[in-house]
Design a protein around this ligand. Sequence first.
Ligand code: SF4
Length: 109
Amino acid sequence: MPPVSHTRRRLLNHLALGAATLPLLRLSPAEAYDLQHLSPDDPAAKALHYVADAATIDAKSEPQYAAGSHCGNCALYHFSQARGDWASCDAFTTKFVNSKGWCLSYNTG
Ligand code: SF4
């Protein structure tokens, strides 16, 4: 086996150091989850008429909407998982909804 050159040895050391530090760069599941905000364009969001800001709802076109209702006072909103103004809810468990949002599954509990 030929001797490892100095340059090659340095490259291998850098690769080993990089591999060792990769776990430190990974996001925790909660942090990764936090990055996924539900888009109103998502098919599941559309099915439940989700909007990220209930203040934009036209009550005439959305008769089930009651003034003052929003995710932040919905019984299905998961405050314990909130990251700022965003959290998951029982209607959307894999993405975060905005506390100012609203959808057809709004529930007062
Ligand atoms: S179920 Fe409640 S918390 Fe979830 S999107 Fe609808 S209104 Fe918001």
